[in-house]
Write a protein that binds this ligand. Structure first.
Ligand code: ZN
Length: 392
């Protein structure tokens, strides 16, 4: 990381930040409610594009220079950039990474409306991660209202397709990350608000097997069973799992054959792969791409790869320890943990850019019926984001 000696004046402002956001917690909750009440499933381009316009307007009103970046068949992405009078224009920017798509289908609001009960705010995507969009917006508002000085320009990316693999946003994320000093990923944290300093890499392959059809009663010897071959390959694939290392290979879907009295001419398997380290990721890649048929006459074809490489602690640890010290000044006791799920932090970490993930509002139930955030944690998490942008 460079430019750590840039002068700024964050010290002593931390209580101010807590006061600022505590006074606005209800207002922020109301905005979270507004955002959650607009459904944004990953595949619904018209709704996503409309939501991107709304976010762009909000970020402009918060003082950012905003660009809408076409998402092709996916929703458009929003890039908001902010600097303050004394920001060193040559300093590497800080990148704040959010996604605004959710896994919730249109109509989910009817059964899961935005509501607040006993200090918890519920709604589709509220934890993953519509509330984080509001943290980012209000961080910029605080910088302006409190006349804080950012040591580096801040780029906020709000992308539209994280929940379905970030195929449309990946190049943009990589481009912004490469020129940034560090990346703050606003994904939901682990239970208790614990930050995510390592994530498993996530890969997916499809295995297609071709055999030869034959009547199972009249001339079975002329057939080559793709299903028999599939059975061999499924066992081989599952044997690649190494629980001790946390590497898993899961054949989650199989299909094949035509009818019961025909030797199956084809079969197919869908494979999910997870690994903590690049070394393990490479081992699995080699094994899958090197699969050989066991049944004479059967042929195999595999295609796929790693959608998100592992986020390894070696690119996150230093940033975490610095964040922990900054959190202390706000009265926050930040801890770190790991998860088997991937995020866009895997993409930025794989580039070697220091990445801190899980900075969203504490809560629980991502993608589940009880998805919620803890209302009294909103102010602290917003203050943390601003303090990180001032001090890192
Ligand atoms: Zn997410």
């Amino acid at each position: 990381m460079t430019n750590q000696t840039v002068s700024h004046k964050p010290k002593g402002e931390t209580p101010l930040l807590i006061d600022y956001f505590s006074a606005r917690q209800e207002e922020m909750l109301a905005v979270i409610g507004e955002l959650v009440s607009q459904e944004t499933p990953s595949h619904d381009k018209p709704r996503l594009d409309a939501f991107a316009e709304l976010l762009a307007a909000r970020m402009r009103a918060a003082g950012a220079q905003v660009t809408i970046i076409p998402g092709g068949e996916r929703g458009n992405h929003v890039r908001a950039v902010v600097a303050t009078p004394q920001t060193d224009p040559n300093a590497q920017p800080a990148l704040v990474l959010c996604h605004y798509d959710t896994v919730w289908a249109v109509g989910s609001l009817a059964t899961h409306p935005f509501r607040v009960e006993e200090g918890k705010a519920y709604g589709p995507g509220i934890f993953d991660m519509q509330s984080s969009l509001v943290l980012a917006e209000y961080a910029l508002r605080a910088v302006r209202d409190l006349r804080l000085e950012l040591p580096r320009p801040v780029t906020v990316l709000m992308t539209s397709d994280e929940e379905i693999g970030s195929y449309s946003s990946r190049a943009l994320i990589e481009e912004e990350a490469r020129r940034s000093a560090y990346v703050l990923v606003m994904e939901s944290p682990l239970p208790g608000g614990v930050l995510k300093t390592s994530r498993k890499g996530v890969g997916g392959w499809e295995l297609n097997i071709t055999g030869r059809a034959a009547h199972a009663g009249i001339e079975p010897e002329k057939g080559v069973s793709a299903i028999q071959e599939l059975a061999h390959q499924v066992l081989k694939l599952h044997s690649l799992t190494d629980m001790e290392k946390g590497t898993t290979v899961n054949v989650g879907v199989v299909e094949g054959g035509t009818v019961s009295n025909v030797v199956a001419p084809h079969a197919r398997a869908l494979i999910d792969v997870r690994a903590w380290t690049q070394t393990e990721a490479d081992r699995i890649t080699g094994a899958i791409e090197g699969l050989q048929p066991v049944t004479p006459g059967a042929t195999l074809e595999v295609h796929g790869g790693w959608n998100r490489p592992p986020l390894e602690a070696k690119v996150t640890r230093d940033l975490f320890h610095r964040a922990q010290a900054i959190g202390h000044k706000l009265g926050l006791d930040l801890q770190e943990g790991s998860t088997g799920g991937g995020s866009d932090g895997n993409i930025t970490g794989a580039l070697g850019v220091p990445t801190l993930d899980g900075l969203g509002v504490p809560g629980a139930g991502a993608h589940a019926d009880h998805e919620h955030i803890e209302v009294d944690q909103i102010a602290g998490r917003a203050a943390l984001l601003v303090a990180l942008l001032l001090e890192l």
